[in-house]
Design a protein around this ligand. Structure first.
Ligand code: BTN
Length: 270
């Protein structure tokens, strides 16, 4: 059985060394850390403008969006963070989140031959279960609001943990694989995510990924319940998803005929 196999950093580094888009990256591998996003943040403070990746086999205090924890058992998942010093073209963390979601899907498609979907804004679903989440955090320049650095954190459930998912998430969480694959599958998935993300990120047209995001969207033409937008005009209401705009906002049409473009908040499928 290969479900609990650790990452092989030599094989991943060798794979990525062939990719021009990854050649300038510092790479750090860990067995267990509290949170790869926190590790990246600490590194950013003492290494301004460096770009680096941080990958772990397990996290003891993995973090999700909205101050939730992210269940990160050792061995069965893949946890990584990318430290970036975004240029002018990448103005918002939301764009990086969406780029990462597309990169994860492309990687799952090539490395595992499976077809996941994206649930706006930061979740990847497979077989109606959440198998991956993305958490982007950034530090802006107080003078002009420009992003000084950004950290894109990605957590993927490759296999289900031996004792199953905890009660709080067991109705929602799932894993990509139910049977063990070759021993190298985790390394392949890891390098495929990194390669795919940095190809998009270094690409000249920073909006290229949007077609990939839209075509994999789970919510196209579906009715959803809107929550956590911070606006009473929207929260708790039902809306039809009309699409995703060029700033990665979710375009909704409410029952009263009004439209909105959400840049934050959550939706659940009805
Ligand atoms: C979410 O589903 O709300 C986002 C989950 C993001 C989890 C990843 S795992 C790697 C990185 N380190 C963290 O602590 N969180 C992100």
């Amino acid at each position: 059985m290969n479900e609990n196999i650790s990452l092989n950093k030599i094989s991943i580094i060798e794979d990525l060394s062939k990719q021009p888009s990854c050649s300038r990256l510092e790479m750090f591998f860990y067995d267990t850390v509290k949170s790869t996003n926190d590790t990246a943040k600490k590194y950013a403070l003492s290494h301004p403008e460096k770009e680096a990746i941080f990958v772990a086999n397990g996290q003891s205090a993995g973090r999700g969006s909205r101050n939730r924890s992210f269940f990160s058992p050792y061995g069965t998942g893949l946890y990584m963070s990318f430290l970036l010093s975004p240029n002018e073209a990448v103005k918002s963390p939301a764009i990086l989140t969406c780029m990462a979601a597309v990169a994860v899907c492309e990687a799952i498609e090539t490395a595992l031959c499976l077809n996941p979907k994206i649930k706006w804004v930061n979740d990847i679903y497979f077989n109606e279960r959440k198998v991956c989440g993305v958490l982007t955090e950034g530090q802006s320049d107080p003078e002009n609001g420009a992003l000084l650095y950004a950290i894109v954190g990605i957590g993927i459930n490759l296999y289900a943990p031996k004792d199953g998912f905890p009660d709080e998430i067991k109705e929602k969480a799932g894993a990509l694989l139910t049977e063990s694959r070759d021993a190298n599958v985790k390394n392949k998935l890891c390098s495929a995510v990194i390669k795919s993300f940095f190809e998009m990120y270094r690409g000249t047209d920073k909006k290229d990924f949007l077609d990939g995001y839209r075509s994999r969207s789970l919510l196209n033409d579906k009715y959803v319940r809107v929550n956590n937008t911070g606006s009473l005009d929207y929260d708790g209401k039902t809306a039809l998803v009309k699409g995703i705009d060029d700033d990665c906002r979710l375009i909704l049409r409410f029952e009263d005929g009004k439209s909105a473009a959400l840049s934050s908040g959550e939706v659940s499928l009805l």
